[in-house]
Design a protein around this ligand. Structure first.
Ligand code: HEM
Length: 424
């Protein structure tokens, strides 16, 4: 196995020599859950999936931030219920992104934020919601272990995994079948009311297995990643009062304090104009790239531009079937690209950082770059703005230990959670 942190090698694997590399065993590892989908396929199958899903990620669709507001209100209710005591935002963001992702993808939220704590009963009229939620957590635990086991992925299997998969599929299939049974007029009416991925995708394919696989793949790729980003954002903001003040100033100048009229001002376009919000998100993804380590496997004898020769600056031979791991985490903390203080959270560095090219890759790059990048950045921006409006007082309650302990199950999370005290 080779490991690399060199941007030139990233560029080669992900773009200029894209066809020399595959995603390795991802199909075997993940296909029991997400089948034949954009995330598991290589070659023509992947191309076809990407072309089918691409139109759903254009600006009009990813800009539907207002759909987040009812869920954000529930999140705020939870935060208030702690009455200034310590709250773990990471746990709340995990539920929040599950609720918003199920609504956006399937047209039905599983409402995990509804609970006794905020005096609301979990709705019992959402078919298979509980089985799905529990099943999803179990399948994710298994699939990340299968990922680490690589060629021994098949050892990590069993009844618990298979039952969880069946429960996840039961939920997905129920909503897919429901959508397939809507008349064209019903679908059009629903489309006008709000944006649901599934209702748009059935206009392109009516194959229930394809719909199920692609929706679950997007769920897997998009949910935990967004909640991880949000958790690290608030971890750093709560430790850095000066940065939090600057951010709030920009938010209030652009979006006021959060009246109904103010909320309507928060859009894809207006968020893009908020430099400091952007820098905070960029800086978080630099220091805590959600997918810090990744891999590709060569599908023929080939080479990479850096790593060979005495000084490692010459090209290196990569035989067919070799795993090449790449760590954007290390590159994004390298002084060569980020100056003398790469381990300091300093959003201002983005003011004059110049061209980074392949040294900044939280969403990767090339043909397989994250398809949900704009979607994720818009969602994170919206939540950041709304929380700044609703809870101007923010204080870290994490242990003083820095850098924070992290867990890595394919994606990064905070080991202790994101512990904060918040007030209005
Ligand atoms: C902070 C949030 C996110 C981060 C950091 C992130 C990062 C990534 C990365 C690194 C990849 C490349 C994986 C690889 O090929 O090895 C990827 C792919 C992908 N992402 Fe994201 N992602 C995020 C949010 C989202 C969201 C919100 C969605 C959808 C709603 C999404 C959908 C996808 C899909 C479908 C792929 C596979 C693309 C392909 O293989 O062609 N992601 N993402």
């Amino acid at each position: 196995m080779f490991m690399t942190t060199d941007p030139e090698n990233f560029k080669a694997m992900l773009a200029t020599q894209f066809n020399d590399f595959s995603i390795g065993r991802r199909y075997q590892i993940l296909s029991p859950v997400i089948g034949d989908s954009i995330f598991t396929l290589d070659g023509e199958g992947w191309k076809h999936s990407r072309a089918m899903l691409r139109p759903q990620f254009v600006r009009e669709q990813v800009g539907h931030v207002q759909a987040l507001e009812p869920h954000l209100q529930l999140l705020a209710k939870h935060i208030r219920s702690y009455k200034g005591e310590t709250v773990d935002l990471q746990q709340l963001f995990t539920k929040f992104t599950l609720d918003t992702a199920t609504e956006f993808l399937f047209g039905q939220s599983v409402h995990t934020l509804y609970d006794e704590r905020i005096g609301m009963k979990t709705p019992d009229d959402v078919p298979y919601a509980k089985d799905f939620t529990d099943g999803l957590f179990i399948t994710q635990k298994y699939t990340s272990e299968r990922g680490y086991a690589q060629q021994f992925y098949w050892l990590i299997d069993g009844k618990e995994f298979r039952t969880a998969i069946a429960n996840v599929h039961k939920f997905a299939r129920f909503y897919v079948d429901r959508a397939l049974n809507f008349s064209q007029a019903e679908l059009e009416k629903k489309s006008q009311e709000s944006y649901t991925f599934l209702y748009e995708l059935v206009q392109q394919t009516r194959d229930p297995k394809v719909l199920q696989d692609q929706l679950l793949a997007i769920m897997l790729a998009g949910r935990d990643t967004t909640s991880s980003l949000l958790s690290f954002i608030f971890y750093e903001l709560s430790r850095n009062p000066g940065i939090w003040e600057k951010l709030k100033k920009e938010v209030y100048e652009n979006f006021g304090s959060g009246t109904e009229k103010d909320i309507a001002k928060i859009t894809f376009e207006s968020l893009k104009k908020c430099n400091y919000v952007k820098w905070v998100i960029n800086e978080t993804l630099r220091m805590y790239p959600t997918v810090p380590v990744n891999l590709r496997v060569s599908n023929k004898d080939t080479s990479l531009p850096k790593g060979g020769g005495e000084d490692g600056k010459s090209p290196i031979f990569i035989p067919r079937g070799t795993t090449v791991g790449f760590r954007v985490y290390s590159t994004q903390r390298n002084k060569e690209y980020y100056g003398e203080d790469p381990d300091v959270f300093r959003p201002e560095r983005w003011a004059d950082i110049g061209k980074l090219g392949w040294a900044y890759l939280p969403f990767l790059g090339g043909p397989r770059t994250c398809i949900g990048q704009q979607f994720a950045l818009t969602e994170a921006g919206y939540i950041l703005v709304r929380i700044a409006q609703l809870f101007p007082n923010l204080k870290s309650k994490n242990s003083v230990h820095y850098p924070p302990k992290k867990t890595l199950n394919v994606i990064f999370n905070l080991f202790e959670g994101c512990l904060v005290e918040m007030g209005e």
